[in-house]
Ligand binder design. Structure first.
Ligand code: ADP
Ligand code: MG
Ligand code: MG
Length: 246
């Protein structure tokens, strides 16, 4: 589904990703761990198509197609979803309107009719309940004045409503209390199936005890320096990243 080869990405003229390799197959969950500043969010932003992140060399294929030739909007319509570490606020656009517009633009891209407004509202409300959000948040401007936890819940709501095929979740667990973490994890697990893949960026093994990854990768200074099964997260929690520090 996703094949990243020798990816080099610069931000503001500074090399951040330095030869990243990664292959993700449908049904898989990959966790990416690594110290602050190692390039985890840079990878998420690059996959999303954020224009400040310049791909200097290397390739990214999604479903066999060149992902880098697609605009950010096209990527979203093709089923690539990125939940950012710092979710953006969209003043003046209600959450429900945002979800409806996003979903309908995806449908239009695939030449499907717009959703019936009543069906849509019913479906969204069911998902709001599933992620344990207050329904009133649907009618507020996207993420504006949302608490950290509410923003993270909102990302999972977007995930469940938009039903992408590849979801990249950047520190979706940061700042959550244990109950919120469990609800978020339940939402992600409900999303998980054999046709979808997830890349989870996290600092903590704690999330991975609720969402069991197939692979854990260590990202250090712009490269994946080690990949293994879920047991690697436990080892990292215990030993830290010292082994790879030059
Ligand atoms: P991580 O998510 O692993 O903590 P990031 O990908 O956010 O790391 O950052 C990696 C490096 O890239 C850092 O040195 C950071 O300062 C730099 N960086 C990331 N985004 C930007 C940006 N928009 N402008 C300037 N520097 C950036
Ligand atoms: Mg960080
Ligand atoms: Mg980050």
């Amino acid at each position: 589904m996703l094949n990243i080869e020798d990816l080099h990405v610069s931000v503001d003229g500074k090399a951040i990703l330095k030869g990243l390799q990664m292959t993700v197959k449908p049904g898989e969950v990959h966790a990416i761990m690594g110290p602050n500043g190692s390039g985890k969010s840079t990878l998420a932003n690059t996959l999303a198509g954020h224009e400040s992140y310049k791909v200097m060399s290397g390739t990214i294929h999604y479903d066999g197609h060149d992902l880098l030739s697609l605009t950010a909007d096209q990527r979203a319509c093709e089923g690539v979803f990125v939940a950012f570490q710092y979710p953006t606020e969209i003043p003046g656009v209600s959450n429900i309107q945002f979800l409806k517009t996003a979903l309908n633009s995806q449908r239009k891209y695939h030449q499907l009719d717009e959703l019936d407004a009543v069906d849509f509202l019913q479906q969204v409300k069911a998902k709001v309940a599933q992620v344990g959000m207050e329904e009133s948040l649907l009618y507020r401007a996207v993420n504006e004045g949302f608490s950290g936890g509410e923003k993270k819940h909102n990302e999972i709501l977007q995930l469940l409503v938009l039903e992408p095929r590849l979801a990249i979740l950047d520190e979706t667990d940061s700042g959550l209390d244990i109950d919120a973490l469990k609800t978020i994890a339940a939402g992600v697990n409900a999303f998980r199936n054999s046709e979808r893949a997830i890349i989870l960026v996290t600092h903590y093994q704690r999330l991975l005890s609720f969402i069991k990854p197939d692979f854990v990768h260590v990202l250090m200074d712009g490269k994946i320096v080690r990949s293994a099964g879920p047991e690697l997260a436990l080892e990292l929690e215990e030993k830290g990243y010292g082994e790879w520090v030059a």
